[in-house]
Ligand binder design. Structure first.
Ligand code: PMP
Length: 452
């Protein structure tokens, strides 16, 4: 058990179960938002007595906040392995906000490079912004296929990626992909994908929402061009969206987010923007408390050892997969040899994913997530065999869409630094009870009302 475990808030929170007893909750939903580290709250509390707007340069507390902000940005860059080529820009709205921002910037390259390659395993946050932006300029997103015809492995097909890059020589704007899948926990070969993109003169965009808390991002070593992640996925209460990018690219493709703080001078009919980076990127007031907390957490993780953090994630994922395999009718999605951590998605034959998630919470105090995890195409591609089994004719037409949706989902348990083998054992024993008492749970719950 990692010794940082005592640093998490809410591990002892108890809930009343359907049986009437109370039980310490087990949080297996860290892929959505993990528990918050005390370090994050302590950092916020330490800065609060000085709280002010860092844009007001003239007073002492503004100086303290401004210094804290500068320190925090540099610390996050350092802990992510970004060297002096890179700058950090924080935006609101987590990874989603950052991806929209990146897509808007890079669309400026679309006339020369009208193709964007997005992996087929992406969260909607790393797919829809690219679709929306390319659609505005008659450019196009092509999804990089998954390995194999049935997609059961869940891996990105690197051969297909190279074929796409070759097929559109010099015309691919960027390749966008996640470091770790939020569905299968597959750890993608970041360095290899970036190298392929660069070999064919495309940029590489990394969605690190699921990797930043679990491993070293090695941004400079892997030579990634743009990286996005969120504070709330890295054990923080708030959620600054973090963009780390090569400063040269930020200067070339400036943000369209403008306002106070990024100008030299404004008249009614003219604007003189700052041309120094990243100052040109600091429009508006930043979430200084959030960024400061995040920096303190990332420094704590680094101090603990990012290798140890990753090893804990990989070991727990493997242990869970082995234990779950002994449950009758349970299928873990993604039949791959690749390293995995964090998210583990499964279904139990003939047991509705919504029922499993609801019973785990109500009867066993175990928090998981179910349905499609904002990755509809990826989830569908892996459960499509189940979809083929659907007897749609047996239900009225107006209920068919709901039936497809229900079948398309999965249950996702996701493991964070505070989770232990005991949590996995508790999950397995709860699932065994659900399988054994399936009929009675089915009678108790109205499946059509169990949502994500
Ligand atoms: N990408 C991935 C891989 C994710 O898992 C998530 C969150 N589930 C996001 C992007 C979106 O992150 P946020 O909610 O912070 O915008």
């Amino acid at each position: 058990m990692p010794d940082l475990i005592n640093d998490f808030i809410g591990l002892d929170t108890e809930y009343k179960l359907a049986s009437g007893s109370t039980k310490r909750r087990i949080h297996l939903d860290g892929a959505a938002s993990p528990l918050v580290m005390k370090t994050a709250i302590d950092a916020r509390d330490a800065l609060l007595p000085h709280y002010s707007n860092s844009h007001s340069f003239s007073h002492a507390s503004a100086h303290v906040c401004s210094q804290a902000h500068t320190w925090a940005k540099q610390t996050i860059l350092d802990t992510c392995g970004a060297d002096e080529q890179y700058s950090l820009v924080s935006l609101g709205n987590g990874t989603t906000g950052v991806m929209n921002n990146i897509a808007r910037r890079l669309t400026k390259r679309a006339s020369e490079k009208p193709i964007v390659l997005v992996s087929a395993m992406e969260h909607h946050a790393n797919d829809l912004p690219h679709r929306e932006q390319t659609a505005l300029v008659n450019a196009e997103v092509i999804h990089i296929p998954l390995v194999g015809e049935s997609a059961q492995q869940g891996e990105i097909d690197l051969v297909a990626l190279e074929a796409l890059l070759k097929e559109h020589p010099g015309r691919v704007n960027y390749v966008s992909f996640s470091g770790v899948s939020n569905v299968t926990g597959i750890v993608n070969p970041v360095a290899e994908i970036v190298a392929l993109a660069h070999q064919y003169d495309a940029l590489a965009v990394l969605d690190a929402a699921q990797s930043a808390a679990h491993m070293s991002l090695n941004i400079a070593e892997y030579d990634v061009d743009f990286v996005a992640f969120s504070g709330h996925k890295v054990y923080c209460a708030g959620s600054p969206g973090i963009l780390i990018a090569k400063s040269e690219l930020l200067a070339h493709y400036p943000s369209d987010e403008v306002g106070g703080g990024v100008v030299e001078r404004v008249d009614y009919d003219s604007v003189d923007y700052l041309n120094s980076y990243p100052q040109r990127e600091q429009a508006g007031t930043k979430d200084i408390l959030g960024i400061y907390s995040l920096a303190k957490v990332m420094a704590a993780l680094q101090g603990y050892g990012l290798d140890k953090v990753q090893a804990h994630g990989v070991e727990l994922w493997q242990y869970a997969a082995e234990q779950l395999a002994s449950i009758q009718g349970l299928v873990v999605y993604g039949q791959t040899e690749q390293t995995r951590l964090g998210a583990l998605s499964f279904n139990i034959e003939d047991v509705d994913h919504g029922l499993v998630a609801a019973v785990l919470s109500d009867y066993f105090g175990i928090a998981v997530r179910n349905e499609c995890f904002c990755a509809h195409p990826y989830v569908s591609s892996m459960v499509k065999e189940a979809l083929w089994d659907l007897d749609l004719d047996s239900v009225p037409e107006e209920q068919q869409a709901a039936m497809i949706n229900r079948k398309r989902g999965m249950v996702r348990a996701s493991f964070s630094l505070y989770n232990t083998r005991d949590d996995v054992d508790a999950l397995c024993s709860a699932l065994r009870e659900i399988v054994a008492n399936k009929e009675s749970f089915e009678k108790e719950y109205d499946i059509s009302e169990l949502g994500e």
